[in-house]
Design a binder for this molecule. Structure first.
Ligand code: AMO
Length: 429
């Protein structure tokens, strides 16, 4: 029976392992084959004078990255990874890899990110790369657990839609029979409709599509959004929830992903809560004092501004109380000061991680706000109708999964956090 490589210890007497050949070192009378599976590395040592003929013949044919099955005895040795080596009795090639390889898996030859992404299946054989996706999987699991503990219902909403969510631009049009359709930018309208359906607490972890032209290290054209919506809650309630979600993600990774963090060489501190909260007006004041470009009330925050504010504020902080004019139509204006709304962004010095708001739940105000943004209320009729038949007050947010992983692990490029990224130039693999 095959055992995972990590289970081969200096105390194991015999072992059957199946793995990829990570590296071959042939020193003449002695040859080392480093095998790799998803759990670790194991040195197979072939002493040519002593090894069976069939082992020597098969090993000679086995190119790097071939899948091989090796049976043998385990010996303790200080010189090999894990303090043990396998002395083979049988050596069988299960699947031979062609040479040369499109990408050097052992990382001896550095590769550009494009070459790596073109050959992602080989790139992901590297423990360092696989670790990112093990951590991402743990984060999805941990966050979903928290949502279940707090009584949320997991929903799945359509990604094929007839209307824009976040405004008219940045949409991918779709050939949908004789109708006009698009890939959805956000489950926003649907999660709000589920509040009208009385679900009270919903979450969805699913793709969002943004036809953004810019090709940066923090934008994707297909990203994964962790979306929540809660009834009878305001912006402060959902900011509290967002803090719990971030802390749970970091804590679970710290507790359950030790080997993956080690493979990546990643270290982090679990964020302290509550995260500092500053208003948009305060954020603008900080930026105006620290950056060269002109910035004033009502402007969007540029990258330089975000960085300057981040330096002042630290790892995670909220910017609250945004001008209603620069936030989406669904954000609830303050009753006593409608030019400011109950919207917030969760920031990291490197980028925005999440945005959310208490939503407008009154039909007429929402219709007015849609029109004020230059959009046509008629094209939103399917969304507006539920607001006429008992829509509870509600609030929610969307958190970018890749940005969460990227900032947690200090990855240089958002593409590192996606198996098969979609950007301005990339639609394959
Ligand atoms: P927003 O458009 O701010 O808000 O998106 C929410 C979060 O999703 C992530 N994100 C992206 N990540 C990578 N590449 C992109 N192109 C990209 N676009 C967005 C970011 C961002 O903070 N409906 C609202 C959320 C809400 O109010 O509930 C929304 O979509 O991390």
């Amino acid at each position: 029976m095959r055992i995972p490589i990590t289970d081969v210890t200096p105390e194991s007497e015999r072992a059957v392992v199946i793995g990829w050949i990570n590296e071959v070192r042939d020193l003449g009378g002695l040859a080392f084959y480093i095998l790799r599976d998803r759990t670790g590395f194991l040195q197979v040592t072939i002493v040519k004078k002593k090894a069976p003929e069939a082992v020597i013949a098969a090993a000679k044919e086995a190119s790097r990255e071939s899948v091989v099955r090796v049976t043998g005895t385990v010996k303790a040795t200080e010189k090999a990874p894990g303090g043990r080596e396998l002395i083979p009795e049988t050596f069988e090639i299960i699947s031979r890899a062609e040479s040369p390889l499109p990408l050097d898996v052992s990382e001896k030859v550095p590769a550009e990110i494009d070459t790596r992404l073109d050959n992602r299946y080989l790139d992901a054989r590297r423990p360092r790369v696989a670790a990112i996706f093990q951590i991402r999987s743990a984060v999805t699991h941990a966050i979903s657990n928290l949502f279940y503990e707090e009584g949320f219902t997991n929903i799945t909403t359509s990604k094929i839609v007839a209307a824009a969510t976040e405004g008219g631009t940045e949409l991918f049009p779709l050939a949908y029979f004789e109708k006009e359709a698009f890939l959805n930018q956000s489950p926003q309208l649907y999660k709000q409709m589920m509040m009208a359906a009385g679900f009270e607490k919903v979450y969805e972890i699913a793709p969002i599509f943004r036809a953004e032209e810019h090709n940066t290290t923090r934008h994707l054209n297909e990203a994964t959004s962790i979306d929540v919506e809660i009834s009878f809650a305001d912006h402060n309630d959902v900011m509290d929830l967002l803090e719990r979600v971030i802390v749970r993600a970091y804590t679970s990774v710290a507790e359950s992903c030790g080997p993956a963090l080690e493979a990546l060489g990643a270290e982090f501190e679990i964020p302290n809560t509550p995260f500092p909260r500053i208003t948009y007006a305060e954020a603008i004041d900080i930026a105006a004092l620290s950056i060269e470009e002109e910035i004033g009330y009502g402007d969007d925050l540029s990258t330089a501004a975000e960085r300057a504010i981040g330096e002042e504020m630290g790892e995670h902080y909220f910017i609250t109380d945004w001008p209603t004019e620069i936030k989406p139509y669904y954000a609830m204006p303050y009753e006593d000061e409608p030019s400011i709304c109950k919207a917030f962004d969760l920031m990291h010095p490197r980028m925005e991680l999440s945005s959310g708001a208490q939503r407008i739940h009154e039909h007429d105000l929402l219709t007015t706000q849609i029109a004020a943004k230059g959009l046509s209320p008629e094209s939103f009729s399917f969304y507006l109708q539920p607001f006429r038949y008992g829509m509870p007050p509600h609030a929610g947010w969307g958190l970018g999964m890749e940005r969460l992983i990227m900032t947690m692990l200090d990855l240089p490029n958002i593409r590192e956090a996606v198996l098969f990224p979609r950007d301005r130039h990339r639609v394959t693999p």
